[in-house]
Design a protein around this ligand. Structure first.
Ligand code: ADP
Length: 201
């Protein structure tokens, strides 16, 4: 769970809170293989108030993800090495008339990122920077495929900085084999009966 400590924890601390009084069948996970089975009665609490001060680094990876592609996942995987937590924030993007509903897009990202322990998937409808602030993020991650992405992304990053100077935009380049890949092309190929299995999870 994520909560605010009320000032009692050291900056950025993750705390294991013992959960006293759980019944043997209650919520915790059971550990141990062949030996005696032990129950782990702890809850991990991340202090939301101190996370920003104390080194817990959170980034938001926003996008339409209509649908999520291997290029998105490549950038995401790189970002997970730099940050303690990466929140994939699926934008409603109504104006882009997405093919998949917000719920479908979120579900697809959840399934594609199950192997990444420090990734959370969420959706948002507000201004990105408002959302990032609410989630105590320090950075926004965006992918850069080619020079053609640069102009728009540069403009967006500078506008976002005007709106909120505390949150940095980080650009990451995918593996070269994904630089040609876009959700739009995947949809076009699929709609014309082409095989997209190499491009999407
Ligand atoms: P948006 O509607 O915000 O552009 P997208 O889902 O199209 O959302 O893209 C989200 C982010 O992922 C953007 O920064 C985009 O440049 C990046 N991205 C998209 N496809 C790729 C790819 N093949 N490789 C790397 N980054 C990508």
């Amino acid at each position: 769970g994520r909560s605010v400590c009320g000032g009692s924890c050291a900056p950025g601390f993750l705390r294991l809170i013992p959960l006293a009084g759980l019944s043997p069948r209650g919520g915790g996970r059971v550990a141990g293989g062949a030996g005696p089975r032990r129950k782990l009665d702890f809850r991990l609490v991340i202090c939301g108030a101190h996370a920003r001060v104390g080194g817990m680094r959170t980034a938001i990876y926003p996008g339409s993800f209509d649908p999520v592609t291997n290029g998105h996942l490549d950038v995401l995987q790189r970002a997970t090495k730099l940050f303690d937590q990466v929140i994939v924030a699926v934008a409603r993007s109504e104006s882009k008339r997405p093919l998949f509903s917000l719920e479908e897009r979120v579900r697809m990202v959840v399934r594609a990122t199950q192997h990444l322990p420090n990734v959370e998937v969420d959706s948002f409808e507000s201004l990105l920077l408002t959302y990032a602030e609410r989630r105590s993020a320090q950075a926004v991650v965006r992918g850069l495929r080619a020079v053609s992405d640069f102009e728009f992304e540069f403009q967006l990053a500078l506008m976002n900085r005007k709106l909120n100077d505390r949150i940095e935009t980080i650009f990451m380049m995918p593996k070269d084999t994904y630089t040609f890949l876009s959700s739009r092309l995947v949809k076009e190929i699929a709609q014309l009966g082409g095989d997209v299995s190499a491009f999407v999870p």
